[in-house]
Write a protein that binds this ligand. Structure first.
Ligand code: PHB
Length: 383
């Protein structure tokens, strides 16, 4: 029986002290210029007893900003800011990866360089989904994603170079590895979806080789930069967040990817089983999806690396039940990490979990609802 608290080899020379993952969560506490800062270093340092932290998603380039105040990883100031974060985590013996994305069509002209149209796999707009952007008066709020412009073939290839630079930046910033965000309707997943991706070039949706090419080329760039044991990928097969159409080829794509990622020695597949059917991060409810164990068993046999499950886990019992399926190696606890910096210890000891107020998830109120959650004190609770 797998134990949530036993140490775990992830890949290459990366060892985790337990099977608990703090998955990426946007918290919008960056400094102006989308720069990580000392407050964020405190926050991540407080959570360093997780086996693996995957930091909140970072923009690969200025054209990738879909939510104002998410951090970037494309310039020197941002790399210096991330260095504070990785140092804080390493000082406390933790392991931290950088999650990197391009949002593709999930963007808005008000966030784009020179107000240009968002970058899309095609011109199809995410008509039911919101981004966090500026309105005509410059006020920040949720609004519909903009109408995208379809990327030229050479632009897609050029983006691989942009990702390669970001992976080099992540290494320079002291991250132990990188996770490519290929879930939740952002650019990589826009290519993977055979219904949305109606392109006919070498990145086109018609064949599984072509629709996975963009992601696998980016994976190859990450492996070249960091080594395969320091590369993971996040996927949300069968999800439909951000107006993703239902894809009859989803399973074929997933199994092909499992095989190709395995061939490359990639450390882990991080699978999201939760989504927001409609609305936005602030107002919509998260929903747990059905987990098809038969499909996951096929993924498991095709992929020799580790599998992480993420999707509404809130207790040790739920995590153990998932581990007992034999289909998964690591368990991600998202929202519980917001109010419980010492979550690993609380789960181990059976101590109660604090609950965060959702209104503080994405605010700019600095430490409030961010770094002000104390570790549990058994003595004071008993007194
Ligand atoms: C997502 O993965 O769906 C996601 C990531 C970052 C955000 C919002 C959504 O700010």
């Amino acid at each position: 029986m797998l134990d949530l608290f036993e140490s775990q080899w992830l890949g290459g020379s990366v060892h985790l002290k337990n099977r608990i993952v703090m998955p990426p969560m946007t918290r919008t506490r960056t400094s102006d210029g989308d720069i990580p800062n000392a407050l964020m270093a405190t926050y991540y340092g407080q959570r360093a007893t997780a086996g693996l932290i995957v930091a909140e998603v970072a923009d690969v380039a200025p054209s990738s900003n879909g939510y104002a105040r998410t951090p970037g990883i494309y310039n020197e100031a941002q790399v210096a800011g991330w260095r504070l974060v990785t140092d804080a985590v390493h000082r406390r013996g933790g392991t931290i990866f950088s999650q990197i994305w391009h949002v593709g069509r999930m963007a808005h002209p008000s966030l784009m360089p020179d107000g240009e149209a968002p970058w899309g796999v095609t011109e199809a707009q995410a008509v039911n989904s919101d981004v966090f952007a500026h309105d005509a008066e410059g006020k920040l709020g949720y609004m519909r994603a903009g109408k995208p412009r379809q990327l030229e073939t050479q632009e897609v290839s050029a983006l691989i170079g942009t990702f390669a630079q970001a992976f080099a930046n992540a290494r320079q910033a002291g991250f132990d590895g990188v996770e490519l965000h290929a879930a939740n309707g952002y650019l990589f997943e826009q290519f993977l979806n055979s219904v949305l991706n109606t392109r006919t070039d070498r990145y086109g949706g018609g064949t599984v080789e072509n629709r996975t090419r963009f992601l696998l080329e980016a994976i190859d760039a990450a492996v070249r930069e960091l080594g395969p044991g320091r590369v993971g990928v996040r996927l949300s097969p069968f999800g439909y967040f951000n107006s993703m159409p239902e894809d009859p080829q989803a399973e074929e794509t997933l199994l092909f990817l499992a095989q190709e990622l395995g061939r490359r020695g990639v450390a882990y597949m991080h699978i999201v089983y939760e989504l927001m059917p409609v609305g936005n991060m602030e107002s919509a409810e998260f929903k747990k999806m059905h987990v098809d164990h038969a499909v996951l068993a096929r993924v498991r046999s095709a992929f020799p690396g580790k599998i992480i499950w993420c999707g509404g886990f809130v207790s040790r019992e739920q995590a153990q039940e998932a581990l007992d399926t034999g289909l998964v190696d690591l368990i991600a606890f998202g929202r519980p990490y917001i109010a419980n910096p010492d979550l690993a210890e609380r789960l181990r000891q059976g101590w109660p979990l604090a609950v965060a107020d959702r209104s503080s998830y994405y605010t700019r109120r600095g430490e409030l609802g961010f770094t002000d959650f104390p570790a549990y004190e058994a003595d004071s609770a008993a007194a």
